[in-house]
Design a binder for this molecule. Structure first.
Ligand code: ADP
Ligand code: MG
Length: 617
């Protein structure tokens, strides 16, 4: 057989490399921003069209490139940043692989305009799919302007793989924020389809954080400062009471580079131990400076993961300095012997000020949440108002009326004969009620053939989920008009997500009067949701959306219904009276799929008399 191995042509090799470096428009933005920073720019403008799918343009006032360099910059492994492998261990620049421009030029139409300080005249180069189509002298200010058009124009599969504009914009904002946070001394702007999303003047870290995440962030920040031989830590953590339902605002920067590190994240969370309510995430903006030789950045093509020489020491230092800060700024409880009593009361609730009385117009809130036995966090909803019993029935008003009385129990046959002579003399059974609650978690009912045990939270989630789905897809939902519009603050990214799901939300009963730059005005909400829970519910929803990034209409609706149902459903740990228990039971078996929660978990289980008999054999 003849020899068959060949070297790949450059443009093919570049396309392959691009697969690693460029996943989506935001990857291009990241690489180009880093190049501008490496070129010591003091002002960087980002302009995008159609979430970067049509155009990404980055203009900087950095060092620029000579004619030869401009041409060279598109060659693979062409870099001005390292010369020998040893340089890798003293890196101070973002780039070093010399792959970004070559990769980008392989999969888009690229135009580069650049001029150095010393040159009189600049250079403009056009490249399409790795082929230079024109190169001319031009008049341009010092610095570099790169336009990347029609990303993936020659790889339809990749182009089709891109998500909706809203999702891609979200990724872009993510990358932009990371870079802007790492370099507060540089001025940045981001404009999308002519709308300015960010305009960030040169600032210190604290100002930069507030400029990005909104003025209110300032009062939530607790400074962290620690200087040891191994690491210099500066930055901020968010006060625990402002911890978010979503993981959004968590940033580590190591030597001015944004990195992801589950291990260090763990250290931060550990420092917050006992201060956070369930499933909430502290915000942090932490800047670590370490000796370049003590880390390896080159373990991941996009360089967001790095390896530290002494991870364990770093962990310990980080944790203790954050603990120290939280204590010093009186955020953490200081007295150890008080700790025991604190354990039952979530911190954020303890420190809550008195609530200003509100005018409430929603009559149909979820009544299962106002039980005495519940814990005082959101999930079990102790902050719900007391309500007349009975009105909870309106919770289910959207469901089939004919099912109200005639329960479709599918294969399950309930005990029909009156239970008499109960061993424990239960009042419930004497009065004809056949359910009771176990551990404030399960609803137990008798069946002809044995026992039925229902997980109350999952059952209620299933019920609400089906009702919400129906509202969204079939019938128009009923809203309660708010007497006073709710104004809620969100960051840019959350706003982008809200815009994306606005229509579906409106079908559940939300009415948005306005979605602004960082604020939303809500004038109506679904009847099922109490006004006081709207913010936390939306936060949870955005968090769920962030994780799943739903793409098409169906999955979006489904995710929305799931998320709302999960948040609204009665928790385990909540005491239910027998009427409520009955209601869940009845409603559950009117559902299309009573056996599984929307998250595919078992909702109920039966124990047959046969099984019981065996136990007594
Ligand atoms: P790397 O950043 O890893 O060196 P790139 O492909 O991103 O590789 O860039 C190649 C080279 O092009 C860089 O080393 C740099 O010399 C030059 N370059 C790229 N972008 C700019 C810019 N905005 N200003 C000045 N020089 C640039
Ligand atoms: Mg680069």
């Amino acid at each position: 057989m003849s020899d068959i191995i060949q070297l790949l042509p450059d443009h093919v090799a570049n396309q392959i490399a691009a697969g690693e470096v460029v996943q989506r428009p935001s990857s291009v933005i990241k690489e180009l921003l880093e190049n501008s920073i490496d070129a010591k720019a003091s002002r960087i403008q980002v302009l995008i069209k159609d979430a970067g799918k049509t155009l990404i343009q980055i203009i900087d006032d950095g060092e620029g490139m000579s004619l030869t360099d401009a041409r060279m910059s598109f060659e693979r492994h062409a870099t001005s940043k390292i010369k020998v492998a040893d340089d890798l261990f003293s890196l101070r620049t973002k780039g070093f692989r010399g792959e970004a421009l070559a990769s980008i030029a392989a999969i888009a139409h690229v135009e580069l305009k650049t001029k150095t300080e010393v040159d009189e005249i600049g250079t403009i180069i056009k490249i399409e799919g790795s082929h230079v189509t024109s190169q001319e002298a031009c008049v341009t200010p010092k610095g570099t302007c790169i336009s990347v058009k029609n990303l993936f124009y020659n790889i339809p599969a990749r182009r089709n793989f891109l998500k909706s504009d809203a999702v891609e914009t979200r990724h872009i904002i993510d990358e932009f924020q990371r870079v802007a946070l790492a370099h507060p001394d540089i001025s940045f702007s981001l404009t999308h389809n002519g709308n300015e999303l960010f305009q960030l003047p040169p600032a210190n870290f604290r100002q930069r954080i507030t400029n990005i995440f909104g003025g209110k962030t300032n009062e939530k920040l607790v400074p962290v400062d620690e200087d040891t031989g191994i690491v210099e830590i500066s930055g901020f953590v968010g006060k625990p009471e402002f911890a978010k339902k979503r993981r959004g605002e968590q940033f580590f920067f190591v030597n001015d580079r944004f990195i992801k590190s589950p291990y260090l994240n763990h250290a931060v969370v550990a420092a917050f131990e006992g201060l956070l309510k369930d499933k909430s995430y502290p915000s942090y903006f932490l800047y670590l400076q370490v000796a370049p030789k003590s880390i390896d950045i080159n373990i991941h093509p996009t360089k967001t993961e790095i390896k530290f020489d002494d991870e364990h020491a770093l962990y310990a230092i980080l944790k203790s300095s954050i603990k120290h800060s939280l204590g010093q700024f009186n955020v953490a409880p200081m007295l150890d012997f008080e700790r025991d009593s604190e354990l039952d009361t979530p911190y954020e609730y303890k420190n809550k000020g008195a609530n200003v009385p509100q005018v409430e117009v929603d009559r149909n809130f979820n009544p299962f949440q106002n039980e005495v036995g519940s814990k005082s966090n959101y999930s079990s909803g102790n902050n719900f108002r007391k309500e007349k019993p009975g009105e909870w029935e309106s919770l289910y008003s959207g469901l089939d009326a004919e099912n109200e009385s005639g329960i479709d129990v599918k294969q399950i046959e309930f005990e029909s004969e009156e239970v008499t002579g109960s061993l424990f003399g239960s009042n419930d059974e004497a009065s004809g009620k056949s359910t009771f609650q176990l551990q404030k978690k399960y609803i137990v009912s008798t069946l002809k053939s044995g026992l039925l045990v229902i997980d109350q939270h999952r059952a209620h989630t299933r019920i609400l989920y089906e009702e919400l789905l129906k509202n969204i897809t079939v019938s128009a939902a009923v809203s309660q008009q708010l007497l006073f519009p709710l104004r809620l603050q969100f960051n840019h990214q959350e706003i982008e997500m809200l815009k994306e799901i606005k229509e579906s939300l409106e079908q559940t009963g939300f009415i948005f009067a306005e979605i602004g730059k960082d604020e939303v005005e809500i004038t109506g909400i679904p009847t099922l949701i109490p006004e006081s829970e709207v913010e936390i519910l939306l936060e949870q929803l955005l968090s769920d959306f962030e994780k799943e990034v739903p793409d098409n209409g169906f999955t979006q609706t489904d995710l929305l219904a799931k998320s709302l149902a999960k948040s609204m459903a009665v928790r385990s740990g909540t005491l239910l009276n027998s009427e409520e228990q009955q209601h869940i039971l009845n409603r559950l078996f009117a559902c299309k799929e009573p056996g599984l929660s929307p998250f595919n978990k078992t909702v109920f289980s039966t124990i047959s008399v046969d099984e019981l008999d065996k136990k007594f054999a």
